[in-house]
Design a protein around this ligand. Structure first.
Ligand code: GLU
Length: 502
C-alpha cells in the first residue's frame, strides 16, 4: 500500500449527473477513508463542446445530496489544484512536448478524409480500425516545420507487437495485445489534450495512488500504463469496478432505468437509502448487514470483497430498502421534516401555485390538480391515454418525444415548448391533437396544469420515466411498437428530425 492513499472520481460535466458517478464516488471514498487517505473530485472538461458549467454545478449538487463528501475539488480547493482540467492546459502542453522530445509521440497531419478512407478499408478487411502510422516516418525537422502552417494532432506511439500486462486489484493480471490498441491521439487539433493524456497527467500530479473506476476503462488502461512509463512516473494501482446493470442484465441505461441521480431525489427517495443500495452493488459487508451508512461501509471496506458479476440495479429492491429506512432509521418527526425538505415546502408550492391558480376555487382543488408533481407515477387507463389517436400512433409519438427530450437543454419551459412544437410540425399535427396524449402520460388526465411549465418542474428524469411507463402500458396491451416497427421508426426519425439516436 502506498504511503498515502489518494483516490478520485473524474466525471465529465456533460449532461445530467449519473448514478454511476455516485457509485464510483462511494467506493473511492470508502477506500480512501478506510486507509486514512483523501478522496478528490476532479472535473474532466476537456471536451469543450459537450462540457457545461450547469452540468458541473449539477454534479456538485447531486453528490452533496447523496452525502458523499470530497476532500479536494474545484469547489473546495486543495493543494493539488486547479481541479478542473480546462485550467491545467499548460501542464498538459508541457507533458505533450516532453513526449514529443523523447520520441514517444509524434505529430500527425493526416486529413479526416485519409483517416476515413483508411478506416473504411480496414473495416472492409475485417481488421480492427487503427491508425497505420503514416506520419511516423516524418523526420522531426519536417514535422516541426509543417506544424507551423498545418493543423495537426499528436499521437502516442504504440508498440507494434507483444502485449501490455497490468495488474487489476480485482482481476489479477490483465493482458491486452498492443495490436488492439490504436495510436491514440493525445492532443487534438485545437491544442486541447484528450481524456487519456489529461487523465494520466492529473492522476500523477494529484498524487492519486489508486485509480478505482468503471470496467469500461479497462481497454484504455494499456495506453495509460504506457504513458506513465513514457513519462517515467510511477503507475498507480488500478481497480475496475463492475458496471451496474438493468434487471435484464444489459448495461444500466436511461432507456430502461432511471440513471440520473436527481431522479431519485425528485421521486422521493432518501439519499442514505440510495447510497446504502449502491454500496450493495457487487459488495457485501463482512457481517452481511443490509443497512449501513457511508461511515460503516468505510470502516471495513476491502476492495477484495467486490464481486465481479454485474450487479443488478433493481428499482423494486431500492424501494423496499427505502421503505425500511423510513420506518426503521428515521423518527416520525424526521420523516415529516424530510418530507418538507423534499416537496412539501413553500418554495416548491410557490412554483406550482401560478400554474394552478386559474383553476382554484378552494384549497381543496389544489392537491388534486398538483398531485402528479408529487407522485412517482400517475394512474390512467389505456383509452384515456390513446384518446383519439389510432393504432401505433401514440407509441410512435411517445418514442419520438423520448428521443427529442433527451437533447433538451436547458430543461425549461421554453425548450420543452419548442420540442413539442417541432414534433407537431414534423408530424403535421396541430398541437391540440398532439398534446392530450402527453397530458395523460405525464399527469394522468387529459387536461391538467399547463404542461410545459409542469414538466419543467417535474424534471427530465421523472418525465422520461413517465414516457417509458406509458410506452410499457401500450406495449402490454398490444398497442406498442414491434421490434421491426421500432427499427423503421428509428431510421425515419433520424432523417425527418435530423437527430442521431445515441
Ligand atoms: N472522465 C472519465 C469519465 O467521465 C473518467 C474516467 C476515469 O475515472 O479515469 O468517466
Amino acid at each position: 500500500m502506498p504511503a498515502t492513499v489518494r483516490t478520485r472520481i473524474a466525471p465529465s460535466p456533460t449532461g445530467a449527473p449519473h448514478l454511476g458517478t455516485a457509485y464510483m464516488a462511494l467506493f473511492n471514498l470508502a477506500f480512501a477513508r478506510k486507509h486514512g487517505g483523501q478522496f478528490i473530485l476532479r472535473i474532466e472538461d476537456t471536451d469543450r463542446q459537450r462540457s457545461s458549467k450547469e452540468s458541473e454545478e449539477a454534479i456538485f449538487d447531486a453528490l452533496h445530496w447523496t452525502g458523499i463528501e470530497w476532500d479536494e475539488g474545484p469547489d473546495c480547493g486543495g493543494e493539488h489544484g486547479p481541479y478542473r482540467q480546462s485550467e491545467r492546459l499548460d501542464l498538459y502542453k508541457q507533458e505533450i512536448n516532453r513526449l514529443l522530445e523523447k520520441g514517444h509521440a509524434y505529430r500527425c497531419f493526416c486529413t479526416p478524409e485519409r483517416l476515413n478512407e483508411l478506416r473504411a478499408k480496414q473495416m472492409a478487411n475485417k481488421e480492427t480500425p487503427r491508425y497505420d502510422g503514416h506520419c511516423l516516418s516524418l523526420s522531426p525537422e519536417e514535422s516541426a516545420k509543417r506544424a507551423k502552417s498545418e493543423p495537426f494532432v499528436v499521437r502516442m506511439k504504440i508498440p507494434e507487437s507483444g502485449e501490455c500486462t497490468f495488474t487489476d486489484e480485482l482481476r489479477g493480471d490483465v493482458s491486452i495485445d498492443w495490436t488492439q490498441i490504436d495510436h491514440q491521439v493525445i492532443r487534438k487539433t485545437d491544442g486541447f489534450p484528450t481524456y487519456h493524456l489529461a487523465n494520466v497527467v492529473d492522476d500523477h500530479y494529484m498524487g492519486i495512488s489508486h485509480v478505482i473506476r468503471g470496467e469500461e476503462w479497462i481497454s484504455s488502461t494499456p495506453k495509460h500504463v504506457l504513458l506513465y512509463q513514457y513519462l517515467e512516473w510511477e503507475v498507480p494501482v488500478f481497480a475496475h469496478l463492475p458496471l451496474l446493470r438493468n434487471p435484464d442484465k444489459s448495461k444500466l441505461s436511461k432507456r430502461k432505468n432511471p440513471t440520473g441521480i436527481f431522479y431519485f431525489r425528485d421521486a422521493g427517495y432518501l439519499p442514505e437509502a440510495l447510497i446504502n443500495y449502491l454500496g450493495m452493488m457487487g459488495y457485501t459487508l463482512p457481517d452481511q448487514r443490509e443497512i449501513f451508512s457511508i461511515n460503516e461501509l468505510s470502516e471495513s471496506f476491502d476492495l477484495k470483497r467486490i464481486s465481479l458479476g454485474g450487479p443488478i440495479f433493481d428499482l423494486a429492491k431500492l424501494k423496499w430498502l427505502n421503505g425500511r429506512y423510513l420506518r426503521e432509521q428515521l423518527q416520525p418527526e424526521e420523516v415529516v421534516q424530510r418530507l418538507q425538505t423534499w416537496k412539501a415546502n413553500p418554495n416548491f408550492l410557490e412554483k406550482i401555485l401560478p400554474l394552478a391558480l386559474q383553476r382554484l376555487e378552494t384549497f381543496s382543488d389544489f392537491f388534486p390538480l398538483a398531485q402528479f408533481l408529487f407522485s412517482d407515477q400517475p394512474e390512467y387507463d389505456l383509452e384515456t391515454l390513446t384518446g383519439k389517436l389510432q393504432s401505433d400512433q401514440p407509441a410512435k409519438l411517445l418514442k419520438i418525444a423520448e428521443w427529442e427530450l433527451e437533447k433538451a437543454s436547458p430543461w425549461n419551459r421554453h425548450t420543452l415548448s419548442s420540442i413539442f412544437q417541432k414534433i407537431a410540425e414534423t408530424e403535421e399535427m396541430k398541437l391540440k391533437q398532439l398534446m392530450p396524449l402527453f397530458f395523460v402520460a405525464m399527469s394522468g388526465a387529459p387536461v391538467s396544469l399547463p404542461l410545459f411549465d409542469a414538466l419543467a418542474l417535474l424534471g427530465p428524469d421523472l418525465t422520461r420515466m413517465r414516457l417509458r411507463s406509458a410506452l410499457t402500458i401500450l406495449g402490454e396491451s398490444g398497442n406498442g411498437l414491434s421490434k421491426k416497427g421500432l427499427k423503421s421508426l428509428e431510421k425515419d426519425y433520424a432523417s425527418r428530425y435530423g437527430n442521431r439516436i445515441d
